[in-house]
Design a protein around this ligand. Structure first.
Ligand code: HEC
Ligand code: HEC
Ligand code: HEC
Ligand code: HEC
Ligand code: HEC
Length: 307
Protein backbone atom coordinates (compact mmCIF):
# COMPACT_ATOMS: atom_id res chain seq x y z
CA UNK A 1 0.00 0.00 0.00
CA UNK A 2 1.15 3.50 -0.65
CA UNK A 3 -1.47 5.77 0.85
CA UNK A 4 1.04 8.41 1.83
CA UNK A 5 3.60 8.61 -0.99
CA UNK A 6 5.46 11.45 0.74
CA UNK A 7 6.66 9.03 3.46
CA UNK A 8 8.99 7.25 1.03
CA UNK A 9 10.07 10.29 -0.97
CA UNK A 10 13.57 11.61 -0.74
CA UNK A 11 14.43 15.27 -0.66
CA UNK A 12 12.26 18.24 0.25
CA UNK A 13 9.03 16.35 -0.49
CA UNK A 14 9.65 14.26 2.64
CA UNK A 15 7.84 16.00 5.51
CA UNK A 16 10.40 14.90 8.14
CA UNK A 17 10.50 12.27 10.88
CA UNK A 18 7.76 14.00 12.87
CA UNK A 19 5.35 12.63 10.26
CA UNK A 20 6.42 9.05 11.09
CA UNK A 21 5.54 9.92 14.69
CA UNK A 22 1.87 10.45 13.77
CA UNK A 23 1.48 6.65 13.83
CA UNK A 24 4.69 5.28 15.41
CA UNK A 25 4.10 7.48 18.44
CA UNK A 26 6.20 5.61 21.04
CA UNK A 27 9.15 5.01 18.73
CA UNK A 28 9.14 8.63 17.65
CA UNK A 29 9.23 9.90 21.24
CA UNK A 30 12.14 7.63 22.14
CA UNK A 31 14.11 8.61 19.06
CA UNK A 32 13.40 12.32 19.61
CA UNK A 33 15.03 12.03 23.07
CA UNK A 34 18.07 10.22 21.69
CA UNK A 35 21.39 11.66 20.58
CA UNK A 36 20.60 10.45 17.05
CA UNK A 37 17.87 13.10 16.78
CA UNK A 38 20.37 15.72 17.95
CA UNK A 39 23.37 14.71 15.89
CA UNK A 40 23.09 17.86 13.74
CA UNK A 41 21.75 20.47 16.16
CA UNK A 42 24.08 19.33 18.94
CA UNK A 43 26.21 22.35 19.88
CA UNK A 44 29.36 20.22 20.11
CA UNK A 45 28.89 19.07 16.56
CA UNK A 46 28.23 22.58 15.27
CA UNK A 47 31.46 23.83 16.83
CA UNK A 48 33.59 20.80 15.86
CA UNK A 49 32.39 20.88 12.26
CA UNK A 50 33.34 24.54 11.98
CA UNK A 51 29.72 25.69 11.73
CA UNK A 52 28.81 22.81 9.39
CA UNK A 53 31.71 23.74 7.17
CA UNK A 54 33.02 20.18 6.56
CA UNK A 55 30.82 18.23 4.12
CA UNK A 56 32.65 15.03 5.09
CA UNK A 57 31.05 15.03 8.55
CA UNK A 58 27.47 15.13 7.28
CA UNK A 59 27.26 11.61 5.86
CA UNK A 60 26.93 10.14 9.37
CA UNK A 61 25.37 13.07 11.21
CA UNK A 62 22.66 13.77 8.57
CA UNK A 63 22.65 10.64 6.39
CA UNK A 64 20.33 10.16 3.45
CA UNK A 65 20.06 6.44 4.29
CA UNK A 66 22.44 3.68 5.34
CA UNK A 67 20.72 1.36 2.83
CA UNK A 68 22.59 2.43 -0.29
CA UNK A 69 23.45 0.32 -3.31
CA UNK A 70 27.06 1.43 -3.37
CA UNK A 71 27.58 1.04 0.41
CA UNK A 72 28.72 4.67 0.45
CA UNK A 73 26.97 6.97 2.87
CA UNK A 74 25.64 10.22 1.41
CA UNK A 75 24.58 13.33 3.27
CA UNK A 76 21.10 14.74 2.72
CA UNK A 77 20.35 18.40 2.16
CA UNK A 78 16.89 18.68 3.75
CA UNK A 79 15.39 18.27 7.25
CA UNK A 80 18.91 18.68 8.61
CA UNK A 81 17.73 19.32 12.16
CA UNK A 82 16.44 15.69 12.29
CA UNK A 83 20.03 14.37 12.37
CA UNK A 84 20.12 10.55 12.09
CA UNK A 85 16.43 10.33 11.16
CA UNK A 86 13.88 7.54 10.61
CA UNK A 87 14.54 7.34 6.88
CA UNK A 88 18.26 7.26 7.63
CA UNK A 89 17.95 3.72 9.01
CA UNK A 90 14.79 2.53 7.24
CA UNK A 91 14.48 3.85 3.67
CA UNK A 92 15.80 1.50 0.98
CA UNK A 93 17.12 2.63 -2.39
CA UNK A 94 13.85 1.26 -3.88
CA UNK A 95 11.87 3.63 -1.65
CA UNK A 96 10.47 0.99 0.70
CA UNK A 97 10.49 1.20 4.48
CA UNK A 98 12.54 -1.73 5.65
CA UNK A 99 12.30 -3.50 9.00
CA UNK A 100 12.62 -6.74 10.96
CA UNK A 101 8.94 -7.80 11.03
CA UNK A 102 6.19 -8.69 8.64
CA UNK A 103 3.17 -6.40 8.66
CA UNK A 104 0.58 -4.52 6.69
CA UNK A 105 1.09 -0.80 6.58
CA UNK A 106 -0.13 2.26 4.71
CA UNK A 107 3.33 2.63 3.21
CA UNK A 108 5.47 0.20 1.18
CA UNK A 109 7.32 -2.28 3.38
CA UNK A 110 10.36 -4.43 2.93
CA UNK A 111 9.75 -7.10 5.55
CA UNK A 112 11.74 -9.60 7.61
CA UNK A 113 15.13 -7.99 7.13
CA UNK A 114 17.71 -9.72 9.38
CA UNK A 115 20.06 -6.71 9.00
CA UNK A 116 18.04 -4.95 11.74
CA UNK A 117 19.06 -7.56 14.31
CA UNK A 118 22.70 -7.28 13.36
CA UNK A 119 25.39 -5.10 14.95
CA UNK A 120 26.58 -4.42 11.41
CA UNK A 121 23.75 -1.90 11.04
CA UNK A 122 25.16 0.24 13.85
CA UNK A 123 28.66 -0.36 12.57
CA UNK A 124 27.84 1.56 9.39
CA UNK A 125 28.52 4.76 11.33
CA UNK A 126 30.04 3.56 14.62
CA UNK A 127 32.95 2.21 12.66
CA UNK A 128 35.63 2.05 15.37
CA UNK A 129 33.27 0.73 18.05
CA UNK A 130 32.12 -1.98 15.66
CA UNK A 131 35.71 -2.95 14.91
CA UNK A 132 36.42 -3.27 18.62
CA UNK A 133 33.27 -5.32 19.00
CA UNK A 134 34.30 -7.72 16.23
CA UNK A 135 37.71 -8.07 17.79
CA UNK A 136 36.46 -8.81 21.28
CA UNK A 137 33.09 -10.48 20.98
CA UNK A 138 33.43 -14.17 21.60
CA UNK A 139 31.35 -16.85 19.99
CA UNK A 140 28.92 -17.64 22.81
CA UNK A 141 28.62 -13.98 23.77
CA UNK A 142 26.18 -13.07 21.09
CA UNK A 143 24.78 -9.82 22.41
CA UNK A 144 24.36 -7.23 19.70
CA UNK A 145 24.52 -3.43 19.92
CA UNK A 146 20.70 -3.50 19.76
CA UNK A 147 20.44 -5.96 22.68
CA UNK A 148 22.15 -3.51 25.00
CA UNK A 149 21.28 -0.11 23.53
CA UNK A 150 17.69 -0.71 22.39
CA UNK A 151 15.76 -2.35 25.25
CA UNK A 152 13.33 -5.09 24.23
CA UNK A 153 9.63 -4.14 24.33
CA UNK A 154 6.51 -6.04 23.44
CA UNK A 155 4.02 -3.61 21.94
CA UNK A 156 2.18 -2.50 18.82
CA UNK A 157 4.30 -0.78 16.21
CA UNK A 158 1.77 2.05 15.95
CA UNK A 159 -0.36 3.79 18.55
CA UNK A 160 -2.60 6.05 16.47
CA UNK A 161 -6.37 5.58 16.68
CA UNK A 162 -8.31 3.84 15.33
CA UNK A 163 -5.75 1.88 13.27
CA UNK A 164 -3.77 0.53 16.19
CA UNK A 165 -6.81 -1.62 17.08
CA UNK A 166 -6.29 -3.86 14.06
CA UNK A 167 -2.61 -4.52 14.78
CA UNK A 168 -1.14 -7.06 17.15
CA UNK A 169 1.68 -6.58 19.61
CA UNK A 170 5.14 -7.59 18.40
CA UNK A 171 8.56 -8.15 19.89
CA UNK A 172 10.17 -4.82 19.18
CA UNK A 173 12.94 -2.57 20.38
CA UNK A 174 12.76 0.79 22.09
CA UNK A 175 14.53 3.45 20.02
CA UNK A 176 16.46 4.93 22.93
CA UNK A 177 19.96 4.31 21.51
CA UNK A 178 21.26 5.43 24.84
CA UNK A 179 24.12 4.94 27.22
CA UNK A 180 21.74 4.95 30.18
CA UNK A 181 19.55 2.18 28.83
CA UNK A 182 22.67 0.12 28.08
CA UNK A 183 23.84 0.60 31.65
CA UNK A 184 20.46 -0.58 32.96
CA UNK A 185 20.50 -3.50 30.53
CA UNK A 186 24.00 -4.75 31.32
CA UNK A 187 24.47 -6.20 34.79
CA UNK A 188 27.68 -5.56 36.74
CA UNK A 189 29.62 -4.73 33.64
CA UNK A 190 32.47 -3.25 35.60
CA UNK A 191 34.12 -5.00 38.52
CA UNK A 192 35.90 -2.83 41.08
CA UNK A 193 38.01 -4.45 43.83
CA UNK A 194 40.17 -2.94 46.56
CA UNK A 195 43.21 -5.11 47.33
CA UNK A 196 46.26 -5.01 49.58
CA UNK A 197 45.04 -2.13 51.72
CA UNK A 198 47.63 -1.21 54.35
CA UNK A 199 47.40 1.48 56.97
CA UNK A 200 50.09 2.80 59.27
CA UNK A 201 50.46 6.08 61.16
CA UNK A 202 51.62 8.01 58.15
CA UNK A 203 49.71 6.67 55.19
CA UNK A 204 47.26 4.31 53.60
CA UNK A 205 48.39 2.36 50.56
CA UNK A 206 46.44 0.03 48.37
CA UNK A 207 45.49 -1.22 44.95
CA UNK A 208 42.31 -0.80 42.99
CA UNK A 209 41.53 -3.33 40.28
CA UNK A 210 39.10 -2.50 37.48
CA UNK A 211 37.76 -4.97 34.94
CA UNK A 212 35.35 -4.35 32.08
CA UNK A 213 33.69 -7.74 32.45
CA UNK A 214 30.91 -7.73 29.88
CA UNK A 215 30.81 -4.74 27.53
CA UNK A 216 32.39 -5.91 24.32
CA UNK A 217 33.69 -2.54 23.30
CA UNK A 218 36.01 -0.35 25.29
CA UNK A 219 34.79 2.11 27.90
CA UNK A 220 34.78 4.86 26.77
CA UNK A 221 34.43 4.04 23.08
CA UNK A 222 34.13 6.07 19.87
CA UNK A 223 36.44 8.34 17.99
CA UNK A 224 34.58 11.65 18.03
CA UNK A 225 33.73 14.21 20.66
CA UNK A 226 34.99 14.40 24.23
CA UNK A 227 34.65 11.07 25.99
CA UNK A 228 36.25 10.61 29.37
CA UNK A 229 35.88 7.97 32.04
CA UNK A 230 36.79 9.45 35.39
CA UNK A 231 37.89 7.35 38.34
CA UNK A 232 37.75 8.88 41.82
CA UNK A 233 39.34 7.18 44.81
CA UNK A 234 38.13 8.92 47.96
CA UNK A 235 39.22 8.61 51.55
CA UNK A 236 36.34 9.42 53.89
CA UNK A 237 36.06 10.19 57.58
CA UNK A 238 33.45 8.89 60.02
CA UNK A 239 31.12 11.80 59.17
CA UNK A 240 31.12 10.78 55.53
CA UNK A 241 33.26 13.70 54.42
CA UNK A 242 35.84 13.17 51.71
CA UNK A 243 39.17 14.22 53.15
CA UNK A 244 41.44 13.09 50.33
CA UNK A 245 40.78 12.23 46.74
CA UNK A 246 42.65 10.91 43.69
CA UNK A 247 41.51 11.33 40.09
CA UNK A 248 42.42 9.15 37.14
CA UNK A 249 41.11 9.82 33.63
CA UNK A 250 40.73 7.29 30.83
CA UNK A 251 40.62 8.24 27.15
CA UNK A 252 40.60 6.47 23.80
CA UNK A 253 43.07 9.02 22.49
CA UNK A 254 45.66 8.08 25.11
CA UNK A 255 44.90 4.36 24.86
CA UNK A 256 43.93 4.33 28.55
CA UNK A 257 40.35 3.12 27.96
CA UNK A 258 39.03 -0.04 29.67
CA UNK A 259 39.26 -2.70 27.00
CA UNK A 260 36.92 -5.69 27.20
CA UNK A 261 38.16 -8.27 29.68
CA UNK A 262 41.27 -6.29 30.52
CA UNK A 263 42.24 -5.78 34.18
CA UNK A 264 43.66 -2.39 35.11
CA UNK A 265 45.54 -1.91 38.34
CA UNK A 266 45.94 1.44 40.09
CA UNK A 267 48.09 1.71 43.18
CA UNK A 268 47.47 4.63 45.46
CA UNK A 269 48.97 6.26 48.53
CA UNK A 270 47.20 8.70 50.82
CA UNK A 271 49.46 10.61 53.21
CA UNK A 272 47.80 11.03 56.59
CA UNK A 273 48.82 14.55 57.54
CA UNK A 274 45.75 15.32 59.67
CA UNK A 275 46.23 12.70 62.39
CA UNK A 276 43.07 13.76 64.25
CA UNK A 277 40.63 12.76 61.47
CA UNK A 278 38.82 9.51 62.17
CA UNK A 279 39.01 7.42 59.05
CA UNK A 280 36.01 5.37 58.02
CA UNK A 281 36.27 4.10 54.48
CA UNK A 282 37.75 4.08 51.02
CA UNK A 283 35.44 4.61 48.10
CA UNK A 284 35.99 4.20 44.37
CA UNK A 285 33.58 5.73 41.84
CA UNK A 286 33.70 5.48 38.08
CA UNK A 287 31.89 8.05 35.92
CA UNK A 288 31.58 8.70 32.24
CA UNK A 289 31.70 12.44 31.84
CA UNK A 290 31.84 15.32 29.38
CA UNK A 291 34.35 18.12 28.92
CA UNK A 292 32.97 20.48 31.55
CA UNK A 293 32.10 17.55 33.85
CA UNK A 294 28.55 18.88 34.04
CA UNK A 295 27.07 15.55 33.00
CA UNK A 296 28.33 12.64 35.08
CA UNK A 297 26.93 9.18 34.39
CA UNK A 298 27.64 6.66 37.16
CA UNK A 299 29.19 3.45 35.82
CA UNK A 300 30.25 1.67 39.03
CA UNK A 301 31.12 2.26 42.68
CA UNK A 302 32.50 0.37 45.67
CA UNK A 303 33.30 1.02 49.33
CA UNK A 304 35.87 -0.47 51.66
CA UNK A 305 35.80 -0.07 55.47
CA UNK A 306 39.02 0.79 57.23
CA UNK A 307 39.34 -0.48 60.79
C1 HEC B 1 23.69 6.95 10.22
C2 HEC B 1 24.76 6.81 11.19
C3 HEC B 1 24.46 6.08 12.48
C4 HEC B 1 23.91 4.81 12.66
C5 HEC B 1 23.47 3.83 11.60
C6 HEC B 1 23.88 4.58 14.09
N1 HEC B 1 24.39 5.67 14.75
FE1 HEC B 1 24.52 5.88 16.76
N2 HEC B 1 25.21 7.79 16.53
C7 HEC B 1 25.49 8.39 15.31
C8 HEC B 1 25.96 9.75 15.54
C9 HEC B 1 26.39 10.73 14.47
C10 HEC B 1 25.95 9.93 16.94
C11 HEC B 1 26.39 11.17 17.71
C12 HEC B 1 25.25 12.04 18.05
C13 HEC B 1 25.71 13.21 18.90
O1 HEC B 1 26.24 12.99 19.98
O2 HEC B 1 25.51 14.34 18.46
C14 HEC B 1 25.46 8.68 17.52
C15 HEC B 1 25.28 8.47 18.90
C16 HEC B 1 24.95 7.25 19.47
C17 HEC B 1 24.87 6.98 20.89
C18 HEC B 1 25.01 8.01 21.99
C19 HEC B 1 26.37 8.12 22.54
C20 HEC B 1 26.43 9.12 23.66
O3 HEC B 1 27.48 9.68 23.83
O4 HEC B 1 25.42 9.33 24.36
C21 HEC B 1 24.57 5.66 21.05
C22 HEC B 1 24.42 4.90 22.36
C23 HEC B 1 24.43 5.10 19.73
N3 HEC B 1 24.66 6.09 18.79
C24 HEC B 1 24.11 3.78 19.47
C25 HEC B 1 23.77 3.29 18.20
C26 HEC B 1 23.25 1.96 17.97
C27 HEC B 1 22.99 0.92 19.03
C28 HEC B 1 23.04 1.86 16.62
C29 HEC B 1 22.46 0.70 15.87
C30 HEC B 1 21.11 0.28 16.25
C31 HEC B 1 23.44 3.12 16.02
N4 HEC B 1 23.88 3.96 17.02
C32 HEC B 1 23.40 3.41 14.66
C33 HEC B 1 25.35 7.83 14.07
C34 HEC B 1 24.76 6.59 13.81
C1 HEC C 1 -0.27 6.56 8.72
C2 HEC C 1 0.44 5.78 9.71
C3 HEC C 1 1.92 5.52 9.47
C4 HEC C 1 2.89 6.46 9.20
C5 HEC C 1 2.74 7.97 9.05
C6 HEC C 1 4.12 5.73 9.14
N1 HEC C 1 3.92 4.40 9.37
FE1 HEC C 1 5.30 2.92 9.41
N2 HEC C 1 3.87 1.52 9.72
C7 HEC C 1 2.54 1.78 9.85
C8 HEC C 1 1.82 0.53 10.07
C9 HEC C 1 0.33 0.38 10.27
C10 HEC C 1 2.79 -0.50 10.05
C11 HEC C 1 2.58 -2.01 10.23
C12 HEC C 1 2.31 -2.32 11.66
C13 HEC C 1 2.15 -3.80 11.92
O1 HEC C 1 1.98 -4.57 10.98
O2 HEC C 1 2.19 -4.19 13.10
C14 HEC C 1 4.07 0.17 9.83
C15 HEC C 1 5.27 -0.51 9.80
C16 HEC C 1 6.52 0.13 9.73
C17 HEC C 1 7.78 -0.54 9.84
C18 HEC C 1 7.99 -2.00 10.20
C19 HEC C 1 8.52 -2.80 9.07
C20 HEC C 1 8.98 -4.15 9.53
O3 HEC C 1 9.06 -5.03 8.69
O4 HEC C 1 9.33 -4.32 10.69
C21 HEC C 1 8.75 0.40 9.69
C22 HEC C 1 10.25 0.23 9.74
C23 HEC C 1 8.08 1.67 9.50
N3 HEC C 1 6.72 1.47 9.53
C24 HEC C 1 8.75 2.88 9.37
C25 HEC C 1 8.10 4.09 9.16
C26 HEC C 1 8.80 5.33 8.90
C27 HEC C 1 10.30 5.48 8.85
C28 HEC C 1 7.85 6.29 8.74
C29 HEC C 1 8.09 7.74 8.35
C30 HEC C 1 8.84 7.92 7.11
C31 HEC C 1 6.56 5.64 8.92
N4 HEC C 1 6.75 4.31 9.15
C32 HEC C 1 5.35 6.31 8.88
C33 HEC C 1 1.95 3.02 9.84
C34 HEC C 1 2.57 4.23 9.57
C1 HEC D 1 20.00 4.35 14.05
C2 HEC D 1 19.07 3.56 13.28
C3 HEC D 1 17.59 3.73 13.48
C4 HEC D 1 16.87 4.90 13.50
C5 HEC D 1 17.38 6.32 13.42
C6 HEC D 1 15.49 4.52 13.59
N1 HEC D 1 15.37 3.15 13.65
FE1 HEC D 1 13.67 2.07 13.65
N2 HEC D 1 14.73 0.36 13.93
C7 HEC D 1 16.11 0.28 13.96
C8 HEC D 1 16.48 -1.08 14.29
C9 HEC D 1 17.91 -1.58 14.45
C10 HEC D 1 15.29 -1.82 14.43
C11 HEC D 1 15.14 -3.30 14.74
C12 HEC D 1 15.11 -3.59 16.20
C13 HEC D 1 14.81 -5.05 16.45
O1 HEC D 1 13.61 -5.38 16.47
O2 HEC D 1 15.72 -5.82 16.61
C14 HEC D 1 14.20 -0.88 14.18
C15 HEC D 1 12.85 -1.22 14.20
C16 HEC D 1 11.82 -0.36 13.84
C17 HEC D 1 10.43 -0.73 13.69
C18 HEC D 1 9.88 -2.12 13.88
C19 HEC D 1 9.44 -2.29 15.31
C20 HEC D 1 10.49 -2.70 16.25
O3 HEC D 1 10.49 -2.16 17.37
O4 HEC D 1 11.32 -3.57 15.93
C21 HEC D 1 9.73 0.41 13.39
C22 HEC D 1 8.24 0.53 13.18
C23 HEC D 1 10.69 1.48 13.33
N3 HEC D 1 11.94 0.99 13.61
C24 HEC D 1 10.37 2.80 13.06
C25 HEC D 1 11.25 3.86 13.21
C26 HEC D 1 10.84 5.25 13.23
C27 HEC D 1 9.44 5.76 13.05
C28 HEC D 1 11.98 5.99 13.41
C29 HEC D 1 12.11 7.49 13.61
C30 HEC D 1 11.31 8.07 14.68
C31 HEC D 1 13.09 5.05 13.50
N4 HEC D 1 12.60 3.77 13.40
C32 HEC D 1 14.43 5.41 13.63
C33 HEC D 1 16.99 1.31 13.71
C34 HEC D 1 16.64 2.64 13.61
C1 HEC E 1 26.91 -6.00 26.50
C2 HEC E 1 26.22 -4.74 26.30
C3 HEC E 1 26.73 -3.81 25.20
C4 HEC E 1 26.92 -4.11 23.88
C5 HEC E 1 26.79 -5.47 23.17
C6 HEC E 1 27.27 -2.86 23.24
N1 HEC E 1 27.30 -1.84 24.16
FE1 HEC E 1 27.70 0.11 23.80
N2 HEC E 1 27.68 0.50 25.81
C7 HEC E 1 27.33 -0.41 26.79
C8 HEC E 1 27.46 0.22 28.10
C9 HEC E 1 27.19 -0.45 29.45
C10 HEC E 1 27.90 1.54 27.86
C11 HEC E 1 28.22 2.58 28.93
C12 HEC E 1 29.68 2.54 29.27
C13 HEC E 1 30.44 3.53 28.45
O1 HEC E 1 30.17 4.72 28.62
O2 HEC E 1 31.28 3.12 27.61
C14 HEC E 1 28.02 1.70 26.40
C15 HEC E 1 28.39 2.87 25.74
C16 HEC E 1 28.29 3.07 24.35
C17 HEC E 1 28.47 4.33 23.66
C18 HEC E 1 28.74 5.65 24.30
C19 HEC E 1 30.17 6.02 24.28
C20 HEC E 1 30.80 5.83 25.61
O3 HEC E 1 31.85 5.19 25.71
O4 HEC E 1 30.26 6.30 26.62
C21 HEC E 1 28.31 4.10 22.31
C22 HEC E 1 28.41 5.12 21.19
C23 HEC E 1 28.05 2.68 22.17
N3 HEC E 1 28.05 2.08 23.42
C24 HEC E 1 27.82 2.05 20.95
C25 HEC E 1 27.75 0.66 20.79
C26 HEC E 1 27.77 -0.02 19.51
C27 HEC E 1 27.83 0.66 18.16
C28 HEC E 1 27.71 -1.37 19.78
C29 HEC E 1 27.80 -2.53 18.81
C30 HEC E 1 28.98 -2.57 17.95
C31 HEC E 1 27.62 -1.53 21.22
N4 HEC E 1 27.66 -0.28 21.79
C32 HEC E 1 27.51 -2.74 21.89
C33 HEC E 1 26.91 -1.70 26.59
C34 HEC E 1 26.98 -2.39 25.38
C1 HEC F 1 31.71 7.50 9.96
C2 HEC F 1 30.65 8.31 10.53
C3 HEC F 1 31.02 9.66 11.12
C4 HEC F 1 31.64 10.70 10.49
C5 HEC F 1 32.15 10.76 9.05
C6 HEC F 1 31.70 11.77 11.47
N1 HEC F 1 31.11 11.40 12.65
FE1 HEC F 1 30.94 12.52 14.35
N2 HEC F 1 30.14 10.94 15.31
C7 HEC F 1 29.90 9.71 14.74
C8 HEC F 1 29.47 8.79 15.78
C9 HEC F 1 29.09 7.34 15.56
C10 HEC F 1 29.45 9.52 16.98
C11 HEC F 1 29.09 8.98 18.39
C12 HEC F 1 30.31 8.89 19.27
C13 HEC F 1 31.46 8.15 18.71
O1 HEC F 1 31.31 6.98 18.32
O2 HEC F 1 32.56 8.74 18.65
C14 HEC F 1 29.88 10.87 16.66
C15 HEC F 1 29.99 11.90 17.59
C16 HEC F 1 30.49 13.14 17.31
C17 HEC F 1 30.65 14.20 18.28
C18 HEC F 1 30.28 14.11 19.74
C19 HEC F 1 29.01 14.75 20.03
C20 HEC F 1 28.70 14.64 21.51
O3 HEC F 1 27.57 14.95 21.85
O4 HEC F 1 29.56 14.23 22.29
C21 HEC F 1 31.21 15.26 17.64
C22 HEC F 1 31.58 16.61 18.24
C23 HEC F 1 31.40 14.86 16.26
N3 HEC F 1 30.95 13.58 16.08
C24 HEC F 1 31.96 15.66 15.28
C25 HEC F 1 32.25 15.23 13.99
C26 HEC F 1 32.95 16.04 13.02
C27 HEC F 1 33.45 17.46 13.25
C28 HEC F 1 33.07 15.29 11.89
C29 HEC F 1 33.78 15.63 10.59
C30 HEC F 1 35.17 16.01 10.73
C31 HEC F 1 32.41 14.01 12.16
N4 HEC F 1 31.93 14.02 13.45
C32 HEC F 1 32.30 13.00 11.23
C33 HEC F 1 30.04 9.35 13.42
C34 HEC F 1 30.68 10.11 12.47
Amino acid sequence: MNMYPELVKRGIDFPGSKRCGDCHIDIYKEWADSMHAKSYVNEEFRVASNDYGYPFCMRCHVPESILTESNELMARDHNLEDGVDCQGCHLTSDCLLSGPHSGIGPHPLEENQPFYKDSRLCGTCHIDTYEEYLRYVDVDQKQTCQDCHMPAVRRKLIQDEPWQKIHRRKEGKAHTFSVLSAIENTEDFIELTFAEINKNNNHITGILEIVNTSVNHSIPTGSYGYREVLLLINLKDNLGRTIKSKHVSMFMELNTQLKPGEKKIYSFVFDLDDKSAELKELEAILFRTNFKRTNKILLAEIEFCIE
